[in-house]
Design a protein around this ligand. Structure first.
Ligand SMILES: N[C@@H](CCC(=O)N[C@@H](CS)C(=O)NCC(=O)O)C(=O)O
Length: 203
């Protein structure tokens, strides 16, 4: 089995943090996005969408979504549970994982793709759409800060895949765009310091 990564990219990092939390060792191959390796053969034969990460199994099966890859490992290695421990908890983690993608990760990606120089000449950019998402994000920071006044982690009292999605969003997009929560977002900053201090955050 092999995980295809692109060093520094936020989606493969979600999987790498997940694996580190579980103590699972998977061989990694780098597919450089800056060099365009994800848009050429042989990678496109594995994932025609040209995105990382993918997990390639020994029989050639390919899983090409970060959360699908994590779910596969969750079935094989249920402890510690990172997708919830019982019916309600699993539903709650699913809800918060989706919230973190739709309210944070995707708006962050829209700002990055539509306003950052890295994508100039690589994709069509619509700066106004980037700015719409920048505004949405500052609102989302306030919302998440209020949510985190009530519990330690995004989906409850335990660290889960919802935290991983959010922390990878802040670590990559937030830093590169200089679009991080402000000092007044005290609960969000407390949470961010806590998740960043976990050994898994080193990957
Ligand atoms: N929903 C997918 C998104 C994958 C994705 O967008 N990966 C980025 C890297 S973080 C990528 O491959 N970008 C290159 C491109 O889209 O050209 C997942 O979570 O795996």
């Amino acid at each position: 089995m092999k995980l295809y990564d692109s060093a520094g990219a936020p989606n493969p990092r979600r999987v790498k943090i997940y694996l580190a939390e579980k103590g699972i060792d998977v061989p990694i191959e780098d597919v450089s996005i800056p060099k365009g390796e994800h848009r050429g053969e042989p990678y496109l034969a594995k994932n025609p969408l040209g995105q990382v990460p993918i997990l390639e199994l020994d029989d050639g099966t390919v899983l090409a979504e970060s959360i699908a890859i994590c779910r596969y490992f969750e079935e094989l290695h249920p402890d510690p549970p990172l997708f919830g421990a019982d019916a309600l908890d699993r539903a709650r983690v699913e809800m918060w994982q989706r919230h973190m993608e739709f309210q944070l990760f995707i708006p962050y990606a829209m700002v990055f793709r539509n306003t950052h120089d890295f994508f100039k000449g690589r994709i069509p950019q619509v700066a106004e759409w980037g700015e719409v998402n920048r505004k949405a994000l500052t609102k989302a920071f306030g919302w998440l800060d209020a949510e985190l006044s009530e519990r330690e982690f995004v989906a409850g009292d335990r660290y889960t895949v919802a935290d991983i999605t959010a922390q990878c969003g802040f670590d990559f997009f937030g830093k590169i765009l200089k679009l991080m929560p402000g000092d007044d977002h005290k609960n969000l900053n407390r949470w961010y310091q806590a998740v960043s201090a976990r050994p898994s955050a080193q990957v």
